[in-house]
Write a protein that binds this ligand. Structure first.
Ligand code: PMV
Length: 340
């Protein structure tokens, strides 16, 4: 019996990955930059047992759905092939953050699964090789392998598409106040969204903007320049959503002119952020492929920002039921020696 437990954090992209060069290998069309989120962890134990007759996956102690189990076991197969071990696997995984509330667990999930599986099989891989493997499970999982602030080099092929650390977690005391506005599942999965991105007439314009934006965000993190950082990440989130909003496609029942990942509450928060800044607050937003609004602020402004969100919620006619998840920069994927 060989067993290992790993922990990994979800990450929040400041320059986004949206559009794939290769959708089987998850090779993106552009570099992206992110930060690991301390409040969003996946903890995964992987056990290879010669006496076990089939692969099993448990999520929070219960049998996983067939779809989830199949995807996880397919990932373990990639690693099993490298080691020559053929025993069946037991995967036990849990998150410290609620599922389906807008923080994707695939990044932390596949990063933790990659590390726990390689460790259980006795494979000693470099951070680069772990990132390449994690990427094949879910693209953004490549960024949850290194710690702190991370850049994923898009590359062109399997071996040169991986993430590296730009700066460790203690580089900069910034905080993400994530406002989870709904638990409803999104209408268009990010896998489908990546494919539709090239339909947007603005795709080319965004692509041309990206190299300079990557330089400015990287530099702003290294120099702890919050204003440049904030302006870039907010403009970047809107540039990605401009692509989404103009990705015309045939949906299930009719033609849609684009993908709306927002709800009315998302827009309420985006407009509030502009008012808050007008009033002198240091806060900027970013968004992923969903309605959750991520509010970035200096660590000493966290209370001010959280209070502003709570006051805004109270001012709504009906309690909107928002949940706040506050994260600081977090380390990369690592092994836990004595899991509880
Ligand atoms: O890793 P995926 O396929 O779920 O794509 C993630 C895409 C965004 O969250 C919208 C942007 C990003 O870079 O994380």
């Amino acid at each position: 019996m060989q067993s290992s437990t790993a922990v990994a954090h979800a990450n929040l992209a400041f320059v986004k990955y949206w559009g794939k060069r290769d959708s089987t290998l998850n090779i993106p069309l552009n570099n992206s930059i992110s930060m690991n989120l301390s409040a969003a962890q996946t903890i995964t134990t992987v056990t290879f047992d010669e006496d076990q007759t089939q692969d099993r996956v448990l999520v929070e102690g219960s049998e996983a759905s067939a779809k989830f189990a199949e995807r996880a076991c397919r990932h373990v197969d990639r690693i099993r092939k490298l080691s020559g071990v053929d025993s069946r696997v037991l995967i036990e995984t849990r998150n410290t953050f609620p599922a389906s509330t807008g923080i994707a667990s695939s990044a932390s999930g596949f990063a933790a699964l990659t590390l726990a599986t390689t460790a259980a099989l006795g494979l000693k891989l470099s951070e680069r090789d772990l990132s390449i493997l994690a990427r094949q499970g879910s693209g953004s999982a490549s960024r949850s392998i290194p710690g702190g602030f991370v850049e994923w080099h898009a590359g062109q092929a399997n071996e040169d598409s991986y993430a590296v650390q730009l700066a460790p977690a203690d580089q900069w005391e910034v905080v993400d106040v994530a406002v989870l506005v709904t638990a409803e599942a999104k209408q268009v999965s990010s896998s489908d969204g990546h494919l539709l991105a090239l339909q947007s007439p603005f795709w080319e314009a965004r692509t041309q903007m990206l190299p300079a934006r990557l330089d400015r965000v990287r530099q702003a993190i290294l120099e702890r320049d919050f204003v440049t950082f904030g302006r870039e990440i907010e403009a970047e989130a809107m540039a990605m959503h401009a692509i989404m909003l103009t990705s015309a496609h045939e949906a299930e029942r009719a033609w849609h002119s684009g993908i709306y990942y927002w709800t009315p509450d998302t827009l309420t928060l985006l407009m509030a952020v502009q008012r808050w800044r007008d009033a002198g607050m240091q806060v900027y937003f970013t968004l992923d492929a969903g309605p959750t609004v991520h509010l970035m602020c200096p660590a000493d402004q966290e209370q001010v920002v959280s209070d502003a969100v709570k006051h805004l919620a109270q001012a709504q006619a009906v309690d909107p039921g928002w949940t706040l998840l506050v994260s600081k920069p977090a380390p990369g994927a690592h092994i836990i020696e004595n899991p509880a």
